[in-house]
Write a protein that binds this ligand. Sequence first.
Ligand code: ATP
Ligand code: MG
Length: 151
Amino acid sequence: MEVTLAVIKPHVLRNTYALQQIKTLIEENFRVLGHKEVHITKELSDRFYAEHRGKFFYHRLTTFMNSGPCYALILQSEASVQKWRRLMGPTKVFRAVYTEPQCIRALYGLSDTRNACHGSDSEASALREIGILFPEFDVLAVADRESKKRT
Ligand code: ATP
Ligand code: MG
């Protein structure tokens, strides 16, 4: 069983209907090991988005993530990284709208930056990112316990 990190971005939290739809989709597809509202301060986003530092959209992205609360969830399922990224759809909203009109980013994204949600790109990234947003959470111990419950 693999874990991944999902982050619902600030503009979606201001849209109760959108947030509820996404939470329902998540509950239908994953076991939720942890969830919380989190304010991604500049300090947190500098760590979280370190790989993007220096890119033209970095300031825009980190400022946006800091513009209001986000909702972060630790998700577990078979191949959860790929599964969540498939549900999110392409990074660029215009592409999402044309190629996968039912994906989360097509339905609730507003722009390339405000593209509704984040998903880790590998399990290693997920563990790193969970460590940043859920420092109190022993993800390996919880994931192991949850896996054993199922067998
Ligand atoms: P995420 O990491 O958020 O799940 P991703 O892996 O599909 O998305 P990345 O390349 O890691 O895409 O980009 C991280 C985030 O940076 C994107 O979700 C988006 O908000 C922003 N971003 C990426 N490319 C652009 C761009 N060309 N213009 C504006 N913002 C961008
Ligand atoms: Mg990414």
